[in-house]
Design a binder for this molecule. Sequence first.
Ligand code: CIR
Length: 263
Amino acid sequence: MSSFPVYSFDNAIVRQPPASVTHGLRAEDRGAPTHDGVNAEHRLYIEALQSAGVAVEVLPALEEFPDCLFVEDPALVFPEGAILLRPGAQSRFGETAAIEPILRRRFGKVLSLPGPGFADGGDVLVTPGKVMIGLSDRTTREGAQALIGVLAELGRIGVIVTTPPGVLHFKSDCSLLDEQTMLSTARLAASGVFEGLRVLLTPDGEEGAANALRVNERVFVGADFPRTAAMLEAEGYSVVRLPTSQIAKIDAGLSCMSLRWHS
Ligand code: CIR
């Protein structure tokens, strides 16, 4: 297994937002994002990755898949290899086949999640000792169990955890800040899932900030969450505020727009 911290990345893959992103999946309709608005957030996200020291490969948009910019969901990547997943939303099934040739070009080992279960990358949190797999509307128990088997082939230990009801993905409610520290909503931390780790809770009303992203020495935080950003700065983290109000309309945050790894 890699000796780099799990938040240490020198490579990332992202995908341009398609014009059809205005039809992206959402649990609750709070109005559609605009293509220009999503593009602007996506551009700043790429720049933030680059200035954190990451080489970014930008894939072309896929019009037939409105959610295709959320490349984190159809695959997992590790220094040891990649895993092709089976996303739990029907409109996203084809995204796996679309990303497969890119991963085969970039990784020596590419494994596939066997069916019939489903697993979304948004439900998978990589920590130093284990890979947490959250059950959700997108990740079934069968899918999670199959993923544990595939992770073992890469020398990783997978454990099944639960996602709070009504929350899209496990990582919608948490992110890793460093090897010992999690950022989490109170509702997720209450399940005891992070026992043994230091947990910083998102302030009331800023639950959406939990989907932050640690990249090398930086922590990306949604710009709409000033109290969380201030709390993390007070804890000594180097915070980068990124706008996410457009992608939030289709239930997305900061982790889902890239696949990241250390080569
Ligand atoms: C979806 O519902 O699949 C997209 N609209 C949002 C996916 C966000 N992905 C993530 O948080 N990993």
